[in-house]
Structure formats: structure tokens, C-alpha cells
Design a binder for this molecule. Structure first.
Ligand code: FES
Length: 394
């Protein structure tokens, strides 16, 4: 029997068992197109930048929400705004560099220029325009946006709740991860394409970590303690405390796993905001992972590494070394993830379902708290996904 979504546009077989997910959602083009419309253009917020990436007036960054290019600009008035990265004249993409700076934004096609606050400033040949043309109708198209501890969130949807309601219980943890006020400096990036669907990237959990990652075993990370909780908006907060690493005997430079301040507890904690934004506090690293789908088969992830503004040069370099070596795309305790995401994606072409088991005792709803090593909490993300997509259970 085929089950239809609400608009009867995308048909999918969704299992009746609450812990099963149909594999076809990972590779079907029509499902992906519906995700772009309902999730990435829908009533969710998306993490698009941190203020430290565009610290001075005139600085900008380009990014994507789903497949839609956006432009985040630091205005002369100090405000960070998020615009469609598309000229309001004939739609040309305005900026193509990952980051840049300038007093004005100029479209290359007909050289209209815009202030960094979005207003249309200059127009060649305007004398030949229709009499009712008004400059004020052609400023850059601005998205709803909000800044929380320096993190810029944006949405194309007028129906997304206010940001504080959407973030819910995650907000104090975001503050904690960023040392209270989010007064950060940018250390650098690693940008990666994964040959997998964005939901495979987002389905990572605490269960696999000590089993998949060889280095986690060598470093004795399986002895970690902690818990995770899910919010009603399907955000996950996983709080893990690591034991003293000690001398595991296989690192020539143990500083990559030792805290800079030996008196501090070692955290390995993650906030995953639905649908696909991540904030990590691991050892001395502060990482944000900015994620967007490039296609149904490819996911782009920008690992952005941050320090605190007051850091010494020594601490900055310590953080940078830990950041890429631990949880970067080829880090000790994440190296194998990309390979597994790809294997899941390749194998998603086989029929049937995948099934969550660890921590599954029955249907669950948020808010809920579990041990940090359970995979069952991902089912809350899947339920939000299923409902948003309009897929009915068999
Ligand atoms: Fe940008 Fe014409 S499309 S100025």
C-alpha cells in the first residue's frame, strides 16, 4: 500500500513501527525536493554565521539555507543582517567569495550598488526607468534573522516561532559552550563535502563513538559519563564528561587531548539544532558546524573553529591544534564518520528500513533525558521530520 503525504505530491512507504525509518528517504530526489521546500524554506531557524566571522562593519559571509544562497553582512550600524544573495533587479548572485569586506555591495550585471545595510544606493541609467520606479522598493531582500550569543540564525519563513521559543532549553547550554557571552574570535575553517545525504550526517549519535572510532578506544574515551536531552523542537543536547586521558601510549603529543588548564574538567559536548546545525564544546575547542545539502547525495559542512577574544597566543594555537585533530573531519574521533555516512548512503538503495535499537523501550516524545550513549533520541528528530514532510504511517 502506498501512503501519501498531505498534498499527495510525494508518496512514500513509512513503516508502522515507531523505531524504523524507510531507506528511500535518503536517496529519493522527490523527497529531497520536498525537504528543501518544507524544512529548509519552512518554519525552522538555520545557523548561518557567528559574529566573529564578520567582525567589522562591511564584512560579509556567503552561505546557503538548503540550496538558497544567502549573504550575511555586518552593517555600518553594527547590525548583522541576512539577505538573499540575489540582486533584486534581475536576480544575479551578488557575492561568490566565502567571505569578504567592502563599503558597498555591487551587482556585476548592471552595476546596481547597495549599502551594507541593504538599501539600494546607485543605479546606472536610472533616467530611462519607468516614472513610478522607486529606489526604496529595490533594497536587498532581507530574511528574518536573530543574533544569540553572536550566532546568527535566519529563516525564510514568517511562520517560524521567535528564536527564544525555538531554541528553548538549549539556550543556556549555548551560552555555557561559548563561555557565557559568545565574545569569540575566528581561528579558521575546514570545509568538507560528504558523499552522503544530509540526514545521514545528522543521524550521528553517542552510541557509535566508542565502537566506530579506534582512537576513542585507544584514548580510553569509552569510560565517559553523561546524558543527553531532547527539546520539544527536536534539538539535542549531549553532555559528556571525559575521564583523565592519562598516558594512553600512542600519542607523541598528548596536548591534543589534554586540557590547557589542567584543573578544568574535560567536556565533550554537542548541541544539535534541528534540522542540521551543530555547536560543539570538546576539550578546549569551540566549534560550529555550518551544514547544508548540495544535493540528495552530497552534504557540505563548514567546520568553523573559534577561540575567546581574550585568549593568549599560546591558548589560540592550543585550541586550533585540538580542534582539527580531535573533531575535525579527519580528527582522531571523527575520521571514520565520513566513511560510514557514505556506506549508509550507498546501501540506502537496498529496499526496506533501518531500525534504531539502543535505548529504545517504546515510543518516546520530547522533552526527554537519556544516557548520552543511547541512539533512541534520534527518533524524536525523525518524528518531527515525518510530520513536517506529511508522511503518514502505514
Ligand atoms: Fe543586478 Fe541587474 S541583475 S543590477
Amino acid at each position: 500500500m502506498r501512503i501519501s503525504n498531505a498534498d499527495n505530491t510525494v508518496n512514500i512507504r513509512w513503516p508502522s513501527k515507531f523505531n524504523e525509518i524507510p531507506k528511500e528517504v535518503f536517496h529519493r530526489e522527490d523527497v529531497y525536493r520536498l525537504e528543501l521546500e518544507r524544512i529548509f524554506m519552512g518554519p525552522e531557524w538555520h545557523m548561518v554565521a557567528h559574529r566573529a566571522e564578520l567582525a567589522n562593519p562591511g564584512d560579509y559571509k556567503t552561505f546557503q539555507i538548503g540550496e538558497a544562497p544567502v549573504l550575511i553582512v555586518h552593517g555600518e550600524d553594527g547590525k548583522l543582517r541576512v539577505f538573499q544573495n540575489a540582486c533584486p533587479h534581475r536576480g544575479t548572485q551578488l557575492a561568490t567569495c566565502p567571505r569578504g569586506s567592502g563599503r558597498k555591495i555591487e551587482c556585476p550585471y548592471h552595476r546596481w550598488t547597495f549599502k551594507n545595510t541593504g538599501e539600494l544606493a546607485g543605479i546606472p541609467g536610472v533616467a530611462d526607468f519607468p516614472k513610478d520606479f522607486r529606489k526604496e522598493d529595490y533594497g536587498l531582500r532581507e530574511l528574518r534573522s536573530a543574533e544569540v550569543y553572536g550566532i546568527v540564525f535566519a529563516t525564510f519563513s514568517a511562520d517560524a516561532p521567535e528564536i527564544d521559543e525555538w531554541l528553548g532549553e538549549t539556550k543556556p547550554y549555548i551560552a555555557h559552550f561559548l563561555d557565557g557571552d559568545g565574545d569569540l574570535t575566528l581561528l579558521g575553517y575546514q570545509k568538507v563535502l560528504f558523499d552522503s545525504n544530509w540526514k545521514e550526517y545528522g543521524d550521528n549519535e553517542g552510541y557509535h563513538a566508542p565502537l566506530l572510532h579506534v582512537a576513542a578506544r585507544l584514548l580510553r574515551f569509552p569510560k565517559t559519563r553523561g546524558e543527553q536531552f531532547m527539546t520539544t523542537h527536536a534539538h539535542k543536547v549531549n553532555l559528556t564528561e571525559l575521564p583523565e586521558p592519562g598516558d594512553a601510549g600512542f600519542l607523541r603529543d598528548p596536548s591534543v587531548i589534554m586540557p590547557f588548564d589542567a584543573t578544568k574538567r574535560i567536556q565533550a559536548s554537542v548541541i544539535q539544532l534541528y534540522p542540521i546545525s551543530l555547536i560543539l564544546r570538546n576539550h578546549d575547542t569551540i566549534t560550529m558546524r555550518f551544514v547544508f545539502p548540495r544535493s540528495v547525495d552530497c552534504t557540505e559542512v563548514h567546520y568553523a573553529y573559534f577561540g575567546r577574544r581574550e585568549d593568549s597566543a599560546e591558548l589560540s594555537s592550543y585550541r586550533a591544534r585540538q580542534a582539527s585533530n580531535l573533531l575535525g573531519p579527519s580528527g582522531f574521533i571523527s575520521l571514520e564518520d565520513g566513511a560510514v555516512f557514505n556506506r549508509i548512503h550507498v546501501a540506502s538503495r537496498t529496499p526496506g528500513t533501518v531500525a534504531f535499537q539502543k535505548g529504545v523501550t517504546g515510543p518516546i516524545t520530547a522533552p526527554i533525558t537519556m544516557d548520552k550513549g543511547e541512539e533512541a533520541t534520534n527518533l524524536i528528530r525523525w518524528e518531527r521530520y515525518r510530520q513536517t514532510m506529511g508522511f503518514e504511517r502505514a
